[in-house]
Design a protein around this ligand. Structure first.
Ligand SMILES: Nc1nc2c(ncn2[C@@H]2O[C@H](COP(=O)(O)OP(=O)(O)OP(=O)(O)O)[C@@H](O)[C@H]2O)c(=O)[nH]1
Length: 117
């Protein structure tokens, strides 16, 4: 089971274009994301933008890279499980315009470059 603990999991809510039929608020999705230990929460509409889908997969790749290619950061994966105690873990929805996990990745990569050089 240990191998599953290292798998970056993201939570994605689809069909944001169907505003009137919305059943889960962004706040509830974000809260649930934290509760179940996901690394980020996206809200997307496949119908409106395939780019949003690409972004989810790009973010998963970035996370994978951070966790598995950079051993120094692997330590922080446990901290990532506790959102409130880690500054990199402020969640936000995709509809804010920029994927938060991209922001997180940038921040982490900057830290790594800074400390590794
Ligand atoms: N409005 C809207 N419809 C979507 C979106 N994504 C998928 N759908 C539609 O939802 C229906 C089900 O899509 P599927 O890809 O079969 O998804 P599913 O998980 O098998 O089924 P659902 O539980 O209904 O989502 C299809 O008619 C899609 O066209 C979206 O972002 N917006």
């Amino acid at each position: 089971m240990d191998c599953f603990n290292d798998v970056p999991v993201v939570l994605v809510g689809n069909k944001t274009d169907q505003l009137g039929d919305r059943m889960i608020s962004t706040e509830d999705g974000t809260r649930r994301c934290r509760e179940i230990g996901c690394l980020c929460f996206h809200e997307i509409s496949i119908r409106e933008s395939i780019e949003q889908v690409w972004t989810v997969f790009k973010d998963v790749y970035h996370l994978w890279k951070i966790h598995y290619k950079m051993p120094k950061l692997k330590r922080s994966s446990t901290e990532i499980q506790s959102p409130d105690s880690h500054p990199l873990l402020s969640f936000s929805s995709f509809s804010n315009g920029k994927s938060i996990i991209s922001v997180m990745s940038d921040m982490i990569l900057k830290d790594v470059k800074g400390s590794a050089l």
